[in-house]
Each structure stands twice: as structure tokens, then as C-alpha cells.
Design a protein around this ligand. Structure first.
Ligand SMILES: NC(=O)c1ccc[n+]([C@@H]2O[C@H](COP(=O)([O-])OP(=O)(O)OC[C@H]3O[C@@H](n4cnc5c(N)ncnc54)[C@H](O)[C@@H]3O)[C@@H](O)[C@H]2O)c1
Length: 298
């Protein structure tokens, strides 16, 4: 039985589309500590997530340490690219993946959650999208670059802007970043490296601004590689996992639950004096300057 440190707290995790990614692992770890879980799922995949949940596909992954199944209080359809209904372009509204969906902009979801739950205590941003991620930066279009920044970085600013007023004093916010923000990772293109750099910088600025305004904390976890749906779409996640296994100080698999546990700490009152940090949870790979399996060095 876990300590249930977060009993009574309401946690919103945005960016859960299946049981394979970091968002799910964080929700699971928070649930294991007793938090009430509310999920934000990207509008175009809302139906498939709901169907998979209803069919029991996630049941094995829902198991908590006491044997019970993780419960989700409510799943909200959200597209963090859009702040208000007026900002949704006509082509999105009429896109077949959005038809029939309403109330998915950040400000509307904040209003719905306030109506349903009052205030929340924890907010997790576990989402990113770079339509040209497979292109080197040099070949990335302005449109692709700005889209990566909009959905992967500004979305975080927007979430804090609209949810800040409904986060309880002492609450905590977290995002997920990647070391490509400040070291070159060939292949992580399309402006995604720039988007992560912006996200980390914004973590510090928002820690100050939201700390002063609402007395909440804002942190980031720089996670090592995980074969999530988003990472698989980039195309070389298997190689990144092998590389990490070979070269990190800790030569072991990195599990999403390790990120879940670190996140739970940062999001809990135990981290009450920690804000504005980027915490590496990557088996120590960030500390290496050289690769130990380089043929040049062997
Ligand atoms: N997988 C890795 O190796 C790795 C490493 C470091 C950091 N991260 C970060 O972790 C976070 C979670 O990614 P993941 O790898 O667990 O993959 P994931 O596929 O589980 O999560 C990404 C989610 O973002 C959602 N999303 C995309 N655009 C959105 C939008 N406009 N509005 C709302 N939701 C949207 C997707 O539907 C998906 O559910 C991301 O920020 C990612 O960059 C991942």
C-alpha cells in the first residue's frame, strides 16, 4: 500500500492518448498516491482513446500497487493549439477529425473543469507535436517550425494562463522536455529542438510569474528516450534507446514509471521549495560528454 500522499488532490494530465506514453505513467503514479485523475486527450484521438478504455484494452496498465484499477474522473477533449473558440480556424472546425467536437480550446476546457471540479492541485503538460519533426532544421518550413512551437511550447503558456486561476495555492505544474533543447540530437528536427528550448526557458519565467501571482510551482522533467506513440513517429527511437543503454552511466532500461515517480515527487508538497528547475530523469545520459561505444575511442 502506497503512502497516499496526494489523497484528495485533483490532478489534470494533458496529453494522454494511450497507455504507452509519459502522460499515462504520470497519471498512474499520481493515482497510486491517491490523487483524483482528470485527463486531457487530443481531440482527433478522443474517440479511439475512449473506445480503447471502454473495451478494457488498458486494464492491465491501470493496475495500481494495491491491485485496484486506476480510475479517471473524466476525460476532456482538448486541442492545446487553440486558446479560445475564436482562434479555431474554419478548416479545423470542418475537418472530419473535429466534426461533432466542441469546447476543446484551452480556455473552454478550463471553464468546464472549474464547473465540474472547482479547483485543481496538479497540472501536467505531456504533449508535443512537430509536423516536420523528420526534417532537419535547415529544411524546416516557417509553417512547420511555428506549428511545433505552438503545439509544443505555447500550449504550456496557454495552459498555465487559463488554469492558473483555478489551481489551488501550493499547487504544482510540470512539463516534459528533451535534451535536444540544449545539445544537438541529429534527427530531432522540424523545430522541435527549438520548441523544447522555449519550453525550458518558459518553465523558469512562468515559475516566477505564476509563483508570484498564484503561489504555484512550475517545473520540467527532461526525460530519456521512451518508445511512445509520438516518439515512434520520429522514426529512430529504437536506436536512441539502444544508445542510452550503451552510453548512460546507468546501463539499464528507462521505464515510464521512473518518470512517473520523479513527476509525483515534483508535483507533491514534498517538493514545496522546488520551482523553475529542469530535472533530468534519463539514467544519467545527460552527464556524458563522450559516447563509450564510439569506435574512435575504443
Ligand atoms: N518519448 C520520449 O522519448 C520522450 C523523451 C523526452 C521527452 N518526451 C516528451 O514527453 C511528452 C509526452 O510524449 P510521449 O513521448 O509520452 O508521447 P505520447 O504520444 O504518449 O504523448 C504525446 C501526446 O500529445 C498529444 N498531443 C499532440 N498534439 C496535441 C495538441 N495540440 N493538444 C493536445 N494534445 C496533443 C498526442 O495526442 C499524444 O497523446 C512530450 O512533451 C514529449 O516531447 C518524450
Amino acid at each position: 500500500m502506497k503512502s497516499q500522499n496526494l489523497k484528495g488532490k485533483v490532478a489534470l494530465v494533458v496529453g494522454v492518448g494511450d497507455d504507452q506514453g509519459y502522460g499515462w505513467a504520470i497519471a498512474h503514479a499520481l493515482a497510486d498516491e491517491g490523487a483524483k485523475i482528470v485527463i486531457g486527450t487530443w481531440t482527433p484521438i478522443m474517440k479511439i482513446f475512449q473506445m480503447s478504455w471502454d473495451s478494457g484494452k488498458f486494464d492491465e496498465s491501470r493496475k495500481l500497487s494495491d491491485g485496484s484499477l486506476m480510475q479517471i474522473e473524466k476525460v476532456y477533449s482538448i486541442d492545446a493549439m487553440y486558446d479560445t473558440p475564436e482562434s479555431v480556424p474554419e478548416e479545423t472546425k470542418t475537418n472530419k477529425r473535429y466534426l461533432g467536437s466542441t469546447g476543446y480550446t484551452v480556455s473552454e476546457v478550463a471553464k468546464s473543469i472549474e464547473a465540474d471540479f472547482g479547483k485543481i492541485d496538479i497540472l501536467v503538460h505531456s504533449l508535443a507535436n512537430g509536423p516536420e519533426v523528420k526534417k532537419p532544421l535547415l529544411e524546416t518550413s516557417r509553417e512547420g517550425y511555428l506549428s511545433a512551437i505552438s503545439s509544443s511550447s505555447y500550449s504550456f503558456v496557454s495552459l498555465i494562463r487559463y488554469f492558473g486561476p483555478i489551481i489551488n495555492t501550493g499547487g504544482s505544474v510540470l512539463n516534459l522536455t528533451y535534451i535536444a533543447s540544449n545539445r544537438v540530437v541529429p534527427g530531432y528536427g522540424g523545430g522541435m529542438s527549438s520548441a523544447k528550448a522555449a519550453l525550458e526557458s518558459d518553465t523558469r519565467t512562468l515559475a516566477f510569474e505564476a509563483g508570484r501571482k498564484w503561489k504555484i510551482r512550475v517545473n520540467s522533467i527532461s526525460a530519456g528516450p521512451l518508445a511512445s506513440r509520438a516518439a515512434k513517429a520520429i522514426g529512430f527511437i529504437g536506436k536512441m534507446i539502444d544508445y542510452s543503454h550503451e552510453n548512460a552511466p546507468l546501463q539499464k532500461d528507462l521505464t515510464s514509471s521512473e518518470i512517473g515517480h520523479a513527476a509525483t515527487f515534483l508535483l507533491s508538497p514534498q517538493a514545496s521549495a522546488i520551482t523553475g528547475i529542469v530535472l533530468f530523469v534519463d539514467n544519467g545520459l545527460h552527464a556524458m560528454a563522450t559516447s563509450t561505444d564510439s569506435p574512435t575511442l575504443i
